[in-house]
Design a binder for this molecule. Sequence first.
Ligand SMILES: [Zn+2]
Length: 351
Amino acid sequence: MKLSARTGVSYFGNRNPRHFLVDLEEIKSHHCNFIVHTFSENDQLFYKYTVAELIELSKNAGLEVYVDPWGVCRIFGGEATSDFAFKNRDVCQILNTGETAPGACINHLKVREFMLKWIDDAVEIGAEVLFWDEPHFFIDWANQKTANERWSCWCPYCQEKFKQIMGKPLPAFDDLRLNSDDAGELANEFIRFREDSIVEFLTMLCNYARSKGVRNAVCLLPHKERRYGVVNWAKVATILNLDIFGTDPYWLWFEQRVDKFVGDFAREVVQLSRQFYKEPQIWIQNFKIPAGREDEIREALAVAYAEGVRNFAAWSYYGSGYMSYIKSGNPQKVWDTLGEVYGQIVRGEWQ
Ligand SMILES: [Zn+2]
């Protein structure tokens, strides 16, 4: 049996079902067959059953529904803050500067309990796939100048866990020499500890989600640099209850060439997915596309398609024209370009 292509788009910014119905028509006419609904902590607190309405409308329109922990705990990607971290300062990550980050620590038991409750709610409102997007230790994306100088985590839970696993105290930041070229074994141990913490966390989430009858998708940040948490991607791809494995090589965001950046990451995702029996997925940049460069969207899809990817998703609906931070220059053209190519893919014209 030939698997049909999957074409998705993420949706956020509007919580009014009346207006969503209009957008839903557009999403259908642009040949999407799944939708990724963001479900932030704010949504969970104040819009839970409104998001449930959006999900029901999506399903009635024939779309498969992913639900995304958007910015939840500031462990996952997304332009949303963490109410949980603000209210529970003892769960927060501690940076190398000694500052308390506005994000919770992956290794804290209260955070794990909080995430299981998030899964309960996401399943209750109708999730079919949970989308574990860009799991990472704290990165201050909005302050690029200082983001690269900050590392975490030195919270009591990380200190204790490191000691249990490694049999010695978590080294002081200065001893790790993380920002220098000659970082040695101590730094490698620290990096492996963070990576293993993320993998263990994801495994726990995937196991619980599977027990509730939903599927799991992971999207790793398109980096191999140590700062971003997971260097050895096979450790994630091998998670038993993970179904869909992918990354988001946003070439313009990271100032890279579309063919090489998307191609290299798509190749790796496909290779690991084949090795560990996952479905490969590639996210396509549909935000902050400068006017006049919309054709690169087609190129990104073509490059990933050529590598064997058949599950695509775009961030986000309508060229992200409703969020000033990431708005495209010509959102309509971004959206229409995506829809045109999605149409060709789902009609099988790219075979
Ligand atoms: Zn910690």
